[in-house]
Design a protein around this ligand. Structure first.
Ligand code: UDP
Length: 329
């Protein structure tokens, strides 16, 4: 029986499905699960990035909205991680139908076909809290989403609906669902192609291009390294209460302007910082939350502890981008 010393868990090898397993977070989770001794199946349509997966992973190329692909993928599984999503703010705004249906219909298909007693760990998002002024935000706090005509909230509504489906399925059908709300996950391997700030800023710094800070840069986020996020997901799987939701994130709220300055300092770049009006990037009907920071007390109580500092993550992203085969973003 393999033991995962970092998590202090004794691991019984299980058959595990990871939807979105080729994604940035999913592929890290898959590698970790395989290293723990599990037998991993990946369901992915490879629509965002085709990341290399461990040779031991069984790969099913398909869409999480496709009932037949979901049924095939679920066959004999003992745990399921739902991480399939259309990623990135601009992507979710441009491809609203895909964003909504991949999340909502995908989760619905999985819940409908989930054999009884098989836990489903749902990858949700800090986006569900919308523009709540609550900082740090706790799991039980109210959410505050903008109007539906503002496309940047579509992703939030989709993730929120997924959570509601999961809770309804837990309450009425006995599904064993655990919800992980991920807060700005970053790290080496993340593409800047879909708008995520850190690979974009580090890529710009390395290329000697201006760092694009949207708005006045006073908005804040709290970043977590993907390696810590994966540990958090596994902690919730192992120790989380069925039907419950957990914030998984890092510590240290940072202003985006300060983030850009930090990237420049850590990479030794001579790039300037350009402030770009949000409307120039996203159009006039755009809103985002001015502040985002999680309370992680609930998941800490299960033993989760983010270990990797933001500076370390920035340096690792820079090292990864410097050797990446194609320049990013
Ligand atoms: N952002 C930025 N420059 C970029 C990309 C993003 O200033 O090139 C900002 C974005 O407006 C947001 C923050 O960085 O305030 C985080 O953006 P990201 O898309 O990574 O995550 P979000 O929190 O919006 O889901």
């Amino acid at each position: 029986m393999p033991t995962d010393h970092t998590l202090g868990m004794e691991v019984v090898a299980m058959r595990v499905l990871v939807t979105g397993g080729a994604g940035f977070i999913g592929s890290r989770l898959v590698a970790r699960l395989i290293a723990m001794g599990h037998l991993v199946t990946v369901l992915d349509d490879f629509s965002s990035v085709r990341r290399p997966l461990p040779p031991d992973a069984r790969i099913i190329e398909g869409d999480v909205r496709d009932e037949a692909a979901v049924r095939l993928s679920l066959h004999r599984q003992e745990a399921v991680f739902q991480l399939a999503a259309v990623v990135g703010v601009p992507n979710a705004m441009r491809r609203q139908w895909d964003s909504l249906t991949t999340n909502v219909l995908g989760t619905m298909r999985l819940l409908e076909a989930l054999p009884s007693g098989v836990p489903l760990i749902l990858g949700s998002s800090s986006a569900i809290y919308g523009k709540t002024p609550q900082v740090p935000v706790r799991e039980g706090d109210d959410v505050l989403l903008g109007n539906t005509h503002i496309a940047s909230w579509t992703y939030s509504y989709a993730k929120l609906t997924e959570e509601l489906l999961a809770r309804a399925s837990a309450a009425e059908r006995g599904s064993e669902v655990k919800i992980v709300r991920l807060f700005n996950v970053v790290g080496p391997g993340q593409t800047g192609r879909y708008g995520m700030v850190l690979p974009r800023l580090v890529g710009q710094a390395l290329a000697g291009e201006p760092l694009t800070v949207y708005g006045d840069g006073s908005q804040t986020r709290t970043f977590v390294d993907v390696r810590d996020a994966v540990a958090g997901i596994l902690t919730v799987w192992d120790k989380g209460a069925p039907g419950d939701a957990y914030n998984v994130g890092g510590v240290g709220e940072v202003r985006i302007l300060d983030l850009a300055r930090r990237v420049i300092a850590l990479t030794g770049s001579r790039s300037p910082i350009h402030l770009v009006p949000m409307a120039a990037v996203f159009g006039p009907a755009f809103e985002e939350t001015p502040r985002r920071a999680p309370s992680i007390e609930k998941v800490r109580a299960l033993g989760y502890q983010p270990l990797i500092s933001l500076d370390e993550t920035i340096q690792d992203i820079a090292a990864w981008l410097a050797q990446a085969p194609s320049p990013e973003p």
